[in-house]
Structure formats: structure tokens, C-alpha cells
Design a binder for this molecule. Structure first.
Ligand code: NAD
Ligand code: MG
Length: 389
């Protein structure tokens, strides 16, 4: 057995009560002899956090929402668990000296400081929180280069690209083919976007995920964020990235090399696979479920994305070219628009309008500091918020 598997890895899961967090706990349950939970965090879902604390017995936990923390009594009495303060708990755990791996499964720009804290402390960052790589990619990369931290993607497409890059050299890569299902409205005419309901938008054809990313998949903002995530993560220019619609979500992305060879990664759509890969890389852990049969899958189909219908996807390429604080504004305005749609404040078709108009009003700052990114994020939330009424 390789040496690094003899020692149990100690894992911190930030956003443990979400869709990715729960899948990660499932991966831990199946690999108890190799990994243990050191810390868990949640924002408001205190009951779910309490259940996870009882089951996985971490040393540390944190509830980031101060009101939720105040009213929560559920697991505070469990002996051996130390609750960190709501304001600093996530960052403290992300940089904790006893942690080997930090899985950032927080949703939204709220995950940026935690990603930075983990890489500055030299941890392995298993990164599900794509928004932090989108808005603060340069800062994360710089900090990782200085500390030697590893950033391993959990997003299924980026995990696939990571795996597909291994058989060649970076200089031999011609294109990265980023796949996406096309979401629930792939075949819906644009004229019908005004009447799309929340239930329809939350009904993703192939993936079962948290609410925000499910709406992002319906507008294709998720693929837009993933284009920027790939640019920052793999340090390539956007013209090397091509989005391919693949409705079955079986091929999770591909890399084309200069000799015309295309390497792909295939599996059933199940986030436990990329999570496990990021936690144990370069080792692959056996998984009992999800065995893959090509003949059962039958046919795989591909098509070009409709950039006229999904304008946010088109915009992602402009945002990358602009650089600086543009991505922070693009992301934050979307977070406000999606939250408003989920609260029945705006129609589905207004989401891209709010993002575009907010971005139009922004004066981009290039090579921003963390403070400038956070200020652009705050400004975009305020500006987008004013458009909701
Ligand atoms: P989710 O909404 O199901 O869970 C989010 C988690 O973050 C919860 O534990 C919540 O308590 C915590 N959280 C929310 N707001 C917070 C805040 N302000 N501060 C600290 N913690 C906060 O989301 P999810 O679907 O699990 O997605 C998590 C991240 O992973 C997102 O960035 C998403 O884009 C990415 N991702 C998810 C999937 C998926 O299958 N769900 C796939 C690829 C990438
Ligand atoms: Mg993805």
C-alpha cells in the first residue's frame, strides 16, 4: 500500500449540509479506513449539521449564520466537538493546522475567503465552490504557487479535464471541450422563457444539485462560470475552450491534443466520483455503485450551444477577455438575480438582463486585490438589487 494511504487523511468540509457536502460525507463513509472528518460547517441548516456531527464526530464545527448559531442547541452539547465562532469559523477551519484536505462546498462568492485561507495554509483544496475560482482565480493561483498548495477541481467537467490532461503535455493541448447537458430548456423556444416556472427550472434533466446551481444550469450561467473556472484553473486562454452540448451527461469533458487525439472521461452523472477523485488523487478508490455499461447507455449525442438563446454563456467569453473585476460583477449580479427568481420576485427571463445591465454599469479594475474584488461584489449586489423592483 502506498505510504500516503497508511495515514488517515483529515478532512474539513465547508458547506457540509449541501448537495456536495452530503455526497462528500457519503464518500467518507465508504472510505473510513483512509479518511476522517476533522471539521464541518453549515450556514443555516443546523439540524442537518447536528446529524452529521453526531455521525462523523468531527473535532470542530461551525455555523456561519450568527442567528442560526444563537438559536441552535442541537449538537453543541456533544462532547469533544468544539464550535468555532460564526464570523471566523470557516476560515479558521480552512487553515487549521491539523487539516490535510479542505473541501470547499460552500455556494457562491461567500466561498472565496475560505478558498484563499486553505491555499495560503498549503492545504489540498478540493474545490467545488467554482465561484471562488471564477472571481478570485489569480489570487488563489498566486497563493497556491507561494505555499505549494494543490487545488483539485471537484466540478465534474473540470475533474474530467484534469484527468484527460494527464496523457499529454500542456504544450500539446489544442482544445478543451467542456460539455454541458444544455439544462431543462435546451429545446424550449426563447419566446417561452417568460412563462418558465420555478418548478420547471428546478427540474434538471440529469443532475440532482443545490437550488442555485440548478437555476444556473437552466440559464446556462453554470456553463458560463465553468468556462471562466477552466481558464483560471488550467491557465489557458478562452479561445482554447469550446462548449459542447451533450444532453446525456455521460462524457464529463474532453481534451483534444495536437495529433487530433481526443481523451474523454465517462461515467454516470454522480458527484461522488469527482469528489472521491479530488480527495484521494492520485489514488483511485474503488466504488461499488454506478458501474458503467456502454451498451446500456446506448447513444451519446452532441451539438453546438445556442448562444443567442443562452446569452450569459456567450458573455462569459467577453468577461474572460475583460478580466479584472468583471467576473466578480458577472457572478454577484447573477447571485442576486437567481435569489430573486427563487423568491418569485423576478421572472426567469429577467435573470440575464439583470446580469448584463449590472456589468454594463461597472468600471473594471484590472489585477484587483481581494478587497477590490469584495468591493466589486458588494457594488454588483447593490446595483443588481436596485433593478429588482
Ligand atoms: P447547496 O446549496 O446544496 O449547499 C451549499 C452549502 O453551503 C450548504 O452547506 C450551506 O450551509 C453553505 N452555505 C450557504 N451559504 C453560505 C455562506 N454565506 N457562508 C458559508 N456557508 C454557506 O449547494 P451545492 O449544490 O452543494 O453546491 C456547492 C458548490 O459546489 C457550488 O459552488 C456549486 O456551484 C458547486 N457544484 C455543485 C455541484 C452539485 O452537484 N451540487 C456540482 C458541481 C459544482
Ligand atoms: Mg459542472
Amino acid at each position: 500500500m502506498p505510504f500516503y494511504l497508511l495515514m488517515k487523511k483529515r478532512l474539513v468540509i465547508l458547506g457540509a449540509t449541501g448537495s456536495i457536502g452530503r455526497s462528500a460525507l457519503d464518500v467518507v463513509s465508504c472510505n473510513k479506513e483512509h479518511i476522517e472528518v476533522l471539521g464541518l460547517t453549515a450556514n443555516t441548516q443546523t439540524d442537518a449539521l447536528g446529524d452529521a456531527v453526531r455521525e462523523f464526530k468531527p473535532k470542530y464545527a461551525a455555523i456561519t449564520n450568527p442567528d442560526a448559531f444563537k438559536t441552535f442547541t442541537g449538537a453543541k452539547d456533544i462532547s469533544g466537538v468544539e464550535f468555532m465562532p460564526p464570523e471566523t469559523g470557516v476560515e479558521q477551519l480552512a487553515a487549521h493546522p491539523d487539516a490535510d484536505i479542505v473541501l470547499n462546498a460552500i455556494v457562491g462568492a461567500a466561498g472565496l475567503k475560505a478558498s484563499l485561507a486553505a491555499v495560503k495554509a498549503g492545504k489540498r483544496l478540493a474545490l467545488a465552490n467554482k465561484e471562488s475560482m471564477v472571481i478570485g482565480g489569480d489570487l488563489i493561483n498566486r497563493a497556491a504557487s507561494e505555499s505549494g498548495a494543490e487545488v483539485i477541481p471537484v466540478d465534474s467537467e473540470h475533474s474530467a479535464i484534469w484527468q484527460a490532461l494527464i496523457p499529454g503535455r500542456k504544450s500539446e493541448v489544442r482544445r478543451i471541450l467542456l460539455t454541458g447537458s444544455g439544462g431543462p430548456f435546451r429545446q424550449t423556444p426563447r419566446e417561452d422563457f417568460d412563462t418558465i416556472t420555478k418548478a420547471q427550472a428546478l427540474n434538471h434533466p440529469t443532475w440532482n444539485m443545490g437550488a442555485k446551481i440548478t437555476i444556473d444550469s437552466a440559464t446556462m450561467m453554470n456553463k458560463a462560470l465553468e468556462v471562466i473556472e477552466a481558464v483560471n484553473l488550467f491557465r489557458v486562454t478562452a479561445d482554447k475552450i469550446e462548449v459542447v452540448i451533450h444532453p446525456q451527461s455521460i462524457i464529463h469533458s474532453l481534451v483534444e491534443f495536437v495529433d487530433n487525439s481526443i481523451i474523454a472521461q465517462l461515467s454516470h452523472p454522480d458527484m461522488r466520483l469527482p469528489i472521491s477523485y479530488a480527495l484521494f488523487y492520485p489514488e483511485r478508490r474503488p466504488a461499488e455503485n454506478g458501474h458503467f455499461s456502454l451498451s446500456e447507455v446506448g447513444s451519446l449525442t452532441f451539438q453546438k450551444p445556442d448562444f443567442d438563446k443562452f446569452v450569459l454563456l456567450h458573455m462569459a467569453f467577453e468577461v474572460v477577455k475583460t478580466g479584472g473585476t468583471a467576473a466578480a460583477v458577472f457572478n454577484a449580479a447573477n447571485e442576486i438575480a437567481v435569489a430573486a427568481f427563487l423568491q418569485d420576485v423576478v421572472k426567469f427571463s429577467r435573470i440575464p438582463d439583470i446580469v448584463i445591465h449590472t456589468l454594463d454599469r461597472h468600471t473594471v479594475i484590472s489585477d484587483p486585490s481581494l478587497e477590490q474584488i469584495l468591493e466589486a461584489d458588494r457594488w454588483a449586489r447593490e446595483t443588481a438589487g436596485k433593478m429588482l423592483g
